[in-house]
Design a binder for this molecule. Structure first.
Ligand SMILES: Nc1nc2c(ncn2[C@@H]2O[C@H](COP(=O)(O)OP(=O)(O)OP(=O)(O)O)[C@@H](O)[C@H]2O)c(=O)[nH]1
Ligand SMILES: [Mg+2]
Length: 353
């Protein structure tokens, strides 16, 4: 069971590939596709509203364990470059570089293209990803791609199982009311295991609730491990109070005044005190104001590209988060790439860079 984001630049073949890997489902600014065969369950997310807005990309990346980055024969455009920066800032480690529309290319061009991509990614978390050529027209490479996805799926499932004893956490992406059942939410277990009748809270609205029932791919179950996509019927909260990004867990930090340890992207114009940006964390986002920056113990008006700094941020809305989460600061109006910096709560960090 694995959730996959299919990302890339404009007309890079994302939707065609998603439609060949799964059956189309819910469509908003992201489009979901499902594939189930025996024990293999894939949830595929196409951030269809990207690159017009960075939000669908951030949403898709927050919902998955692995990425397929689509590179068409014409090579990587500015948006594909922005996708790489997002992958790197978020520290996403599992993925495949997919050379799409291989039927419109030739072996020489594919090799040249692969060399260029490899060189571009050499200092990023995507540096060791496999490069695979596929065509959704001739089906060339599709079986090999599915096998590669399966191999990563096994690795990712093992990683999820290693969190089984940790407190559970569910990140919600949809919520609605079902007649006769009540509040239903869809989301993903990102840590631990949830059980029917568990009592926990929903953040940042801080409401206590009970998990009345659990479904996985429309089948009732009594528990769901980390990595599962679930539908939950909830007691104690109304569907209309629940938004995308709310988190069901025992405990989260909830605040609108946040201090982060940040890495400013080498490919950004830097970060300035007083600027208004947009911040993404898990599936939440909010306009934010940068109220202070400290570099090497000294308050500064600006952090340069490539700097590490402590950043003080006021958010418009209260957000829920914990020490493992990565925050992304984005400038929606930037004419160039829009991701400025990645941050974590200060203190012991959760492992990835
Ligand atoms: N020959 C060929 N054409 C393809 C293949 N995959 C996609 N296309 C075509 O390439 C164009 C873009 O493909 P899409 O799948 O819509 O790409 P996308 O990245 O979702 O595009 P946008 O969402 O519009 O940015 C469409 O006209 C597809 O029919 C392929 O494997 N071979
Ligand atoms: Mg598309």
């Amino acid at each position: 069971m694995v959730s996959i984001a299919i990302i890339g630049g404009e007309s890079s073949g994302r939707s065609s590939l998603a439609a060949k890997l799964g059956k189309k489902g819910n469509e908003t600014d992201i489009t979901m596709y499902d594939f189930t065969k025996g024990k293999q369950i894939l949830t595929i997310i196409d951030p269809s509203g990207y690159p017009a807005s960075p939000k669908p990309l951030m949403t898709a990346l927050a919902m998955v364990d692995m990425v397929l980055l689509c590179i068409p024969p014409k090579g990587m455009d500015a948006a594909a470059g922005e996708c790489v920066i997002a992958i790197d800032l978020l520290g996403i480690k599992q993925g495949i570089l997919v050379q799409t529309m291989a039927d419109m290319s030739n072996p020489y061009e594919l090799q040249e293209n692969a060399n260029t991509v490899r060189a571009m990614l050499k200092d990023t978390t995507a540096r060791d990803w496999d490069i695979m050529a596929v065509s959704t027209n001739t089906f060339e490479g599709m079986e090999e791609l599915k096998e590669a996805i399966n191999d990563l799926d096994e690795k990712i499932t093992a990683q999820h199982l290693s969190t089984a004893d940790q407190p559970s956490r569910v990140i919600i992406d949809h919520s609605f009311n079902v007649k006769g059942i009540g509040s239903v939410v869809l989301g993903r277990v990102t840590r631990g295991t949830i059980h029917k009748h568990d009592k926990c809270s929903i953040h940042p609205i801080k409401r206590e609730l009970e998990i009345r029932s659990i479904q996985m791919h429309d089948i009732d179950t009594t528990s769901a491990p980390s990595g599962s996509r679930v539908g939950l019927a909830l007691k104690g909260v109304q569907a209309k109070e629940v938004n995308r990004g709310h988190i069901i867990s025992a405990e989260e930090v909830c605040s609108d005044d946040i201090e982060l340890e940040c890495n400013v992207s080498r490919f950004s114009p830097g970060l300035a005190v007083g600027s208004t940006l947009h911040m993404y964390v898990t599936l939440q986002s909010s306009p934010v104001k940068i109220s202070g920056i400290v570099v090497g113990g000294t308050s500064v008006p600006k952090a340069e590209a490539g700097n590490q700094c402590r950043v003080h941020i006021s958010t418009e809305e209260e957000l829920a988060f914990n020490k493992d989460d990565i925050f992304i600061l984005s400038d929606l109006n930037s004419p160039r790439q829009r991701f400025i910096a990645a941050g974590r709560l200060p203190g012991d960090n959760g492992g990835s860079t």
